[in-house]
Design a protein around this ligand. Structure first.
Ligand code: KE4
Length: 427
């Protein structure tokens, strides 16, 4: 499997862009080697510039639940682009996409479209602060919400868990009001609210985490989150940028039965085009400018091309309901991966919710960053490259979720399992 052209293009890319990429997630930093330059996608497959074909399980980090270049999405984009690409004025398509999100997610009564998941979470925490008049935001280790300054924090001194910046350029002032707690840790959450409750504007979490690998919030944790935020008048924010329309049409909240105050979306709602959204109770959302005072704006927010792609994607998901098939395919894949790992005695666990899943190179159940951080990431890197060389393209980090699309087939799944068996046998 030659990748000469890829190597050439990447060498040039490194002279033009930091690390040769426009997002570090694609830089293969966690697995070594250099990224593969892709030429095109079709259904469940990606094709690189050297003509190699891959069964794709990244799906653009989540958006491509229908598969690449789905005809309905492509047609919608083509039709929209002929009308012009952006007007900077309201369009009816924004109503249509907003209605689809509101219909799908009962806790969302009003929604604001933005251009990325980061913008959605940044705006949601600003809204929580503006609505409550408080400063403190709680987040959880191992949860990622985009590159929002105040959320780029590591846990500070164990006691206070006050956030200290984990990126140069983020000031101590920006993160001093961010509390970082352990995911699935109910006593820790209770202690934080006992000490800071009246100052906590909001709590943001991935209700099913994708960013430390797939990790599920326990029912006790979710119940405590809802009760404590309710009791202290804090805003509960579900970051469903990844899980929204992924794990179910109604997202994680439709599975766990917890009603958040605000929800953020991204990825699938744009069908591969740049879109994010934040929404929730009208009473909170009406604090957003121009109705309220909380400022947020965006030149291309709700633009005609992105909304066309999002509308086509969500209506196809709603009308064709691929979720039972995604469950079947993903269960087949999960069983095969576990069988392959067990056959070679590899310490592993696997967590799956619908079509997002992670095979952890770790014999301990992963429930928080503490357990996730014990994974054998070096061995994962070898597994990753072994699969690449056999035409299977996984997320390039142990701390990501793998995604199955409606375009995958049983044959793709079985080929992936066979490749896994071959690679693990050689590790
Ligand atoms: P974006 O700004 O990348 O559209 O969304 C940020 C974001 C917010 N919330 C959650 C739960 C997310 O997973 C993300 C982005 N996810 C990563 C991959 N896990 C995006 C990959 C990348 O940064 O290139």
């Amino acid at each position: 499997m030659g990748r000469e052209k890829s190597h050439e293009i990447f060498a040039r890319a490194q002279q033009l862009m930091p690390g040769g990429v426009n997002s570090p997630a694609r830089a293969f930093g966690a697995v070594g080697g250099e990224p593969v330059i892709m030429q095109r996608g079709a259904g469940a497959y990606l094709y690189d510039v050297d003509g190699n074909k891959y069964i794709d399980y990244i799906g653009s980090w989540g958006p491509m639940i229908l598969g690449h270049a789905h005809p309905k999405v492509t047609e919608a984009i083509n039709a929209a682009v002929r009308q012009g690409t952006s007007f900077g004025a309201p369009t009816e398509a924004e109503n249509t996409l907003a209605e689809l999100i509101i219909e799908a997610v009962p806790s969302v009564e009003k929604v604001r479209l933005v251009n990325s998941g980061t913008e959605a979470t940044m705006s949601a925490i600003r809204l929580a602060r503006g609505y409550t008049g408080r400063d403190v935001i709680v987040k959880f280790a191992g949860n990622y919400h985009g590159h929002v300054d105040s959320l780029l924090v590591a846990a500070g001194s164990a006691a206070a868990t006050l956030g200290v910046p984990n990126s140069p350029g983020v000031t101590a002032g920006t993160t001093k009001d961010t509390l970082v707690l352990a995911y699935n840790d109910v006593p820790g959450l209770e202690a934080a609210f006992a000490e800071h409750g009246s100052k906590i504007a909001g709590v943001i979490l991935e209700p099913i985490v994708g960013n430390m690998g797939t990790v599920v919030a326990s029912p006790e944790f979710l119940k405590a989150l809802r009760e404590l935020t309710q009791k202290h008048g804090s805003v509960l924010i579900f970051d469903e940028v990844m899980t929204g329309f992924r794990v179910a049409y109604g997202g994680a909240q439709s599975l766990n039965g917890i009603t958040p105050d605000l929800t953020t979306h991204g990825k699938i709602v744009g069908g591969g085009m740049p879109i994010g959204a934040y929404g929730g109770k009208a009473e909170i959302m009406d604090h957003v400018i121009p109705v309220g005072q909380v400022f947020q704006a965006g030149t291309l927010s709700g633009n005609p091309i992105a909304t066309a792609a999002g509308i086509a994607t969500l209506t196809t998901l709603r009308d064709e309901d691929p979720y039972p098939r995604l469950e079947q395919l993903s269960d087949r894949l999960a069983r095969g991966l576990v069988e392959a790992a067990t056959a070679v005695g590899l310490p592993h666990t696997l967590t799956r919710v619908s079509s997002m899943l992670t095979l952890f190179f770790n014999g301990e159940q992963v429930t928080s960053w503490d357990s996730a951080s014990k994974c054998d990431t070096a061995k994962f890197g070898k597994y990753f490259w072994g699969l690449i060389d056999r035409g299977v393209y996984l997320p390039c980090s142990q701390y990501e979720a793998l995604f199955v699309s409606a375009a995958h087939t049983e044959a793709d799944i079985d080929a992936t399992v066979e490749a896994t068996k071959a690679v693990l046998a050689g590790l």
